[in-house]
Design a protein around this ligand. Structure first.
Ligand code: SF4
Length: 265
C-alpha cells in the first residue's frame, strides 16, 4: 500500500473506532517508553506536556554540521572527522535525504499494518560503508567541562532514538549497519573571553544499537491506545510523578476546589 502524502496523515488524538492509519512520531514512541501515562494523555486524550523552549544554539550547530557533511556528500568524499577515526564511510548521496531529514513533516516512515500505526522520524544524517550498509548518524551539541566521549556518556533516550531510526530504515528494506554514530560537539567555556565566538571540541562516538525492542513497543503502544484505562506513571520517574505531573495535579486540585466553592456561593 502506497503511503499518503504526509500532509494528509491523520492528526489529533487517537480514535479507536477509526480505520485511518494513526501517525506516531519517533518522539512519541520515546514518550511511551518513558511514561505510558503521559503518552496516553497526549495521544489518546489530546493533552500534551508543555513544550520546552527551542534550543536554537543546538539547532544552529546541527544546521552547520549538515552543511559541512553536505559538501562531502556532493563530492562523495570522507569528512576529516571520519578519516581521523579510521571509519570507512561517506555521507549517503541520495535524493531522498531531504525527505528523510524533514523531521516536522516527512522523515523516514513505515506503516506497521498489524497495528495500523504509521511510524516516522526525521534523521540528521546517513552515511554509507563500502558494503552498502546505511550508517545512522545523529548530531548532538552540549557544553560541559568534560564533553561526552564514549557510549557510556550517552543518554538512553539518545540510544533509543537511533535504534528507532535503524528499525524504520530496515522496515523500508535497507541494509543497516548495527553501529550508529553520534557526532558530538562540546562548546568550550574555558576560553579567556567570548570575543564573539564559541569554540567546540568534536568527537565521533560509536554505539552498537539493537532495534529488537521497537516492534514489541509498537504493539504495546497500540494496546494502550485502544484501552480505556489510563496507564500508570512510567518507571523513568521511579514510579512517582515528575515535576510536570506534580504541577498539573496540584493546579488541577486547586482549580477544582475553587470551582466547587464558587458554585456553592
Ligand atoms: S509523571 Fe510526568 S511524564 Fe508521567 S504522566 Fe506525569 S507528567 Fe507525564
Amino acid at each position: 500500500m502506497a503511503l499518503k502524502k504526509a500532509s494528509t496523515w491523520k492528526r489529533g488524538p487517537f480514535d479507536p473506532s477509526s480505520s485511518e492509519p494513526f501517525k506516531v512520531s519517533r518522539s512519541k514512541i520515546d514518550l511511551f517508553s518513558e511514561c505510558p501515562r503521559c503518552a496516553y494523555l497526549d495521544m489518546r486524550l489530546g493533552v500534551k506536556r508543555p513544550s520546552m523552549p527551542a534550543f536554537t544554539l543546538n539547532n544552529a550547530v546541527d544546521e552547520l554540521l549538515k552543511r559541512e557533511f553536505d559538501i562531502h556528500r556532493a563530492k562523495k568524499s570522507k569528512h576529516p572527522l571520519v578519516e581521523k577515526y579510521g571509519l570507512d564511510a561517506v555521507p549517503l548521496n541520495d535524493e531522498r535525504m531531504e525527505e528523510w531529514r524533514d523531521a516536522l513533516r516527512r522523515g523516514i516512515a513505515y506503516l506497521h499494518k498489524p497495528t495500523n500505526l504509521l511510524l516516522r522520524g526525521g534523521i540528521d544524517d546517513v552515511w554509507v560503508n563500502p558494503a552498502g550498509e546505511f550508517i545512522i548518524v545523529d548530531y548532538k551539541a552540549t557544553s560541559k567541562k568534560i564533553g561526552p566521549s564514549t557510549e557510556d556518556d550517552l543518554y538512553d533516550s539518545y540510544k533509543r532514538q537511533l535504534e528507532i531510526y535503524q528499525w524504520l530504515f530496515r522496515k523500508n528494506g535497507f541494509a543497516v549497519s548495527p553501529t550508529v554514530y553520534f557526532v558530538y560537539v562540546n562548546g568550550k567555556s574555558d576560553a579567556e573571553a567570548f570575543d564573539g565566538k564559541l569554540e567546540f571540541d568534536i568527537e565521533l562516538i560509536p554505539y552498537t544499537g539493537s532495534d529488537t525492542w521497537v516492534e514489541p513497543a509498537v504493539y504495546d503502544l497500540k494496546k494502550m491506545l485502544m484501552s480505556d484505562e489510563i496507564p500508570a506513571i512510567g518507571k523513568a520517574f521511579g514510579g512517582g510523578p515528575c515535576d510536570y505531573c506534580t504541577y498539573r495535579e496540584n493546579a488541577g486540585k486547586i482549580l477544582l476546589d475553587l470551582h466547587t466553592k464558587n458554585k456553592k456561593k
